[in-house]
Design a protein around this ligand. Structure first.
Ligand code: COA
Length: 409
């Protein structure tokens, strides 16, 4: 199995060698449908020139009606696994960052786990708005470095177009859809995700929010305003401050200065915010990856999409020190320092076929489980108290330690 192969390759001794969390695969899913500024001119009182000058956005992508946050995330994840040449069965942990989940629960991560057939993975969501990908990366890399897991999938996926108020010119010009994913893997080679800083200030929560539709009380009426609301000027002011402070903080932790950074990948919210961060850090704009002109603000997906494009175009190279920095509703903000070590290794055709087969089996397995659960409910009815007692007895006897399980002294 690939996990075994990888574990052998990296030669980690349990509890022994120092562990590092490397990004070994990345993938993006960009919806095909382009929505231009000119099209938005037909919807609200705005114009292409204003949007370009105030935000840097020329166009953005909108998910197909048949797509969801889950389907975009699955496609990005599959590409990332293919890049890493790993199978879904190798994944120990899936963390999805999203601001536009299809459900409050189940977690988007669980639905993606099922679609991938990542049967050994624990899966959960992180809700930290546009900082979510950095927060998820922090959690996953910490799990790997602590020896809790070997392989983690971190996904940022959004269908923000579904929670945007298309009559509000202050927000609808900004937000868009897309997904990006990283595969992280344990290695004894120094580098990878080195430090992550995360911050929150809930006192600014109302500056950027999307009420969930949850009733205010158990017998109340659901809130009518469930779409995204934002105080653009305040968020702008906050963003320009924290992009600089978070970058400086993560560099401080690594005893580095801005002159050591090769590339900064900022959250793509507004070109003027990125330019202000560059001025605040006294760095030239050519160190910053910018693709907001083509994709708008895809929240948690913006950083992994920008990283993947920068790697593919050669802007990020092995041994580069890169800073990912972002901010969002919450308020939240954070930064990650990565020493980039791994270049794309083309997956073998045979293993690609195995992976494709795995995804088909995953769909069948998921369907069978649903059918089995249905039949169990119809035929078995509610479990009787005798059956529950017998089950509990069996569970206890199977969890009793045998002589072979005695701990070593
Ligand atoms: N088209 C045309 N005019 C617009 C407009 C639009 N889409 N949106 C606002 N305006 C108008 C305003 O009504 C205002 O008019 P007034 O002076 O007559 O009152 C004027 O443009 C300036 O508005 P202001 O809100 O000061 O613009 P701005 O330069 O701050 O730009 C944002 C607005 C939203 C683009 C900007 O504040 C921003 O990007 N903020 C950060 C938002 C963000 O990043 N959110 C995501 C966080 S993850």
């Amino acid at each position: 199995m690939a996990t075994t192969t990888r574990k052998k390759q990296i030669g980690l001794k349990p509890g022994g060698d120092r562990r590092y969390a490397h990004v070994v695969g990345w993938g993006v899913e960009i919806p095909e449908r382009v929505l231009t500024n000119h099209e938005i001119e037909m919807m609200v009182d705005t114009n292409d020139q204003w949007i370009r000058e105030r935000t840097g956005i020329a166009e953005r992508r909108i998910a197909d009606d048949r797509d969801t946050t889950v389907t975009l995330g699955v496609r990005a994840a599959r590409k990332a696994l293919s890049h890493a040449d790993l199978n879904p069965s190798d994944i120990d942990l899936i963390i999805v960052a999203t601001s536009s989940p299809a459900y409050l629960f189940p977690a988007t991560a669980c639905l993606i786990q099922d679609r991938l057939g990542a049967t050994d993975a624990g899966a959960f969501d992180v809700l930290a708005a546009c900082s979510g990908f950095i927060f998820a990366l922090g959690l996953a890399s910490a799990q790997i470095r602590a020896g809790m897991v070997n392989t983690a999938l971190v996904i940022g996926t959004e269908t923000l177009s579904r929670i945007v108020d298309w009559t509000d010119r202050g927000t609808c010009i900004l937000f868009a859809d897309g997904a990006g994913a990283f595969v992280l893997h344990a290695s004894e080679v120094p580098g990878g995700v080195q430090h992550v800083v995360m911050h929150s200030d809930g006192s600014g929560g109302e500056l950027l929010c999307a009420p969930s539709g949850v009733r205010p009380t158990w017998n109340g009426t659901p809130a009518p305003d469930v779409l995204t609301q934002m105080n653009g000027r305040e968020v702008f002011r906050f963003a320009t401050r924290v992009m600089v402070s978070a970058t400086e903080e993560v560099l401080d932790k690594a005893n580095l200065t801005t002159s050591d950074i090769d590339v900064v990948v900022p959250h793509q919210a507004n070109l003027r915010i990125i330019q202000a961060a560059a001025r605040g850090l006294d760095l030239p704009m050519d160190k910053f990856i910018v693709n907001i002109d083509r994709y708008g603000n895809t929240s948690t997906a913006s950083i992994p999409i920008a990283v993947a494009e920068a790697v593919e175009s050669g802007r990020i190279r092995p041994n580069d020190k890169i800073v990912l920095v972002g901010f969002g509703g919450g308020l939240t903000w954070g930064a990650a320092l990565i020493e980039w070590q791994v270049m794309a290794t083309p997956a073998s055709a045979a293993r690609e076929v195995v992976r494709e087969g795995w995804y088909i089996v995953a769909r069948i397995r998921s369907l069978m489980r649903r059918v089995f659960r249905f039949l169990e409910a119809v035929l078995g009815g509610s479990p009787t108290s005798e059956a529950l007692r017998a089950e509990e007895k069996a569970r206890r006897s199977s969890s009793k330690p045998s002589n072979n399980d005695k701990p070593e002294r």
